[in-house]
Ligand binder design. Structure first.
Ligand code: GMT
Length: 376
């Protein structure tokens, strides 16, 4: 198949899933064309079947911000025409599903072949941004106009139906990971870089947006480190990085917390981590938690979110209501103190996710869905 992929190229779950999917599809013999304003973060493999098409914007004194959506739609149409795309798969509804609709109309009006449009919903495009009154109608319209719709969890599919009342079925295709990269051991990872022999290593990866509740991460860590010698590594950055730094200073934790910023190869660090924290307000799936589990790291996260489809509470991690940092910390401490249980959780973590969320399984589900959509 000839497949166009549009995603946000910056660090973030939707862009990572789209990029990994493109790489996996190319390795299966499909031609993949990424269309975005920058080379996607984590697009680090050469494959002659993979190509990146850059969307150029134009500045003009009348524009407050350079318009991106119009050049993106034009580029989608251009690539679809020149590469004869079968599928245009857009990740994150806003504005990508709308641009795809516009590209499709452009192609139709010119009498050209039109690819099937598939929109993958990732989470905040529905739960936070899409529900904003200024985006609601156009988001619903653009999702409905897609030939195929997927969501990354049952939780998100249900949420989308409840909020947007979409007439079409939404196919659930979970996030996935590459088991050759994300595994419990890594030659690149040395605990000595971060902790002494008697210290534990707690980890968190996110884009540091308010929805991630980074201050809860610090609160949980603070409670853990009062009972156990430990350090915290924070991977990623975003608007709440400053808030996190302030809280760390206020609590006198500066010597115990390491900020590592964005990392394109978290698989080189995660195997060193003893416990991963993900106390998000909302999480449609929780790709960072999946990658931690794949590396054999138990996860403590928020119940009532898509994390419930990733973490098996009491088997490879624990789930508590959003904001219940005391219970999250208690569960983490008890697990870390009980070496036998912790080792059991570690084994279960990597084994369970290998069965359910390996690239081999999930990429086949996308391929199967493409075929169904193409056959109408
Ligand atoms: O986690 C983020 O806030 C980034 C966001 C994105 O769209 O880039 O991630 C969302 O998509 C990921 C990949 O499908 C999911 O694993 C994340 O759970 C989801 N984030 C939220 O729902 C907050």
């Amino acid at each position: 198949m000839k497949i166009g992929i549009t995603c946000y190229p910056v660090a973030g779950g939707s862009g990572i899933v789209a990029t990994e999917l493109g790489q996996q599809l190319a390795s299966r013999g499909h031609d993949v064309h990424f269309i975005s304003y920058a080379m996607p973060f984590r697009l680090d493999k050469f494959d002659s079947r993979m190509m990146y098409h850059s969307v150029e914007t134009t500045a003009y004194p009348l524009f407050k911000h350079d318009p991106y959506t119009l050049p993106l739609a034009a580029k989608m149409a251009d690539v679809a025409r020149s590469e004869n795309l079968d599928i245009l798969h857009v990740h994150y509804a806003i504005p990508h599903a709308t641009c795809a609709y516009l590209a499709k109309s452009l192609l139709q009006s010119g009498g050209h072949h039109v690819p099937k449009i598939i929109t993958t919903l990732h989470g905040t495009d529905i739960t936070l941004v899409g529900v904003d009154p200024s985006f609601f109608d156009i988001t619903r319209f653009s999702i409905q106009a897609s030939d195929g719709i997927t969501a990354v969890s049952h939780y998100l599919a249900e949420e989308t139906q409840e909020v947007f009342r979409i007439d079409k079925p939404i196919r659930v295709v979970h996030n996935f990971f590459d088991p050759l990269r994300f595994k419990p051991s890594s030659a690149d990872c040395s605990r000595k870089q971060f902790v002494t022999d008697d210290e534990l290593l707690i980890g968190h990866v996110s884009n540091f947006r308010p929805v991630k509740r980074v201050t809860d991460v610090i609160d949980i860590f603070d409670r853990i480190q009062t009972e156990l010698p430990a350090k915290l590594i924070l991977i990623g950055e975003g608007p709440d990085t400053i808030l996190a730094r302030r809280q760390i200073t206020k609590r006198n934790l500066a010597s115990k917390v390491l900020f590592l910023g964005n990392q394109s190869r978290p698989e080189a660090l995660l195997p060193c981590v003893d416990l991963f924290l993900m106390p998000s307000q909302e999480e449609s799936f929780g790709l960072a938690a999946l990658e931690a589990l794949a590396c054999g790291v138990p996860v403590v996260g928020s119940a009532g979110t898509g994390l419930m489809e990733v973490i098996e509470c009491g088997v490879n991690g624990y789930l508590f209501p959003v904001g219940d940092t005391a219970s999250m910390a208690r569960a983490g401490i008890d697990l870390l103190k009980d070496k036998h249980r912790w080792l059991r959780f570690k084994t279960a973590a990597s084994e369970r996710v290998r069965q359910k969320f390996s690239a081999e399984k999930i990429v086949s589900e996308y391929e199967q869905y493409y075929t169904e959509v193409l056959n109408g």
